[in-house]
Design a protein. Structure first.
Length: 90
């Protein structure tokens, strides 16, 4: 069963290759979706995958890459309407 979440990541997450590392990790876990910088300094991730794999990806997002400092994650469940087919940086 597919699950989709929106993850808002706060901390030092812009200018530290956070989206690049997130894309690599998403591909490793076969997660589809996207990551983009928000004007307020956070990174927004929309991620879709099976529940077990998605939980592993979310666990990674709590710490992020070594270059980043993650202070807080805000996770919102989203409806899966049409399936996402890749993971992109926006």
């Amino acid at each position: 069963m597919m699950r989709r979440v929106k993850i808002l990541v706060s901390g030092r997450v812009q200018g530290v290759y956070f989206r690049f590392f997130t894309q690599n990790k998403a591909k490793h876990f076969s997660i589809n979706g996207y990551a983009r910088n928000l004007p307020d300094g956070r990174v927004e991730i929309v991620a879709e995958g099976d529940n077990i794999t998605l939980e592993k990806f979310i666990k990674w997002c709590h710490k992020g890459p070594a270059t980043a400092r993650v202070d807080h994650l805000e996770i919102t469940e989203l409806e899966v309407d049409e399936e996402l087919t890749s993971f992109e940086i926006r």
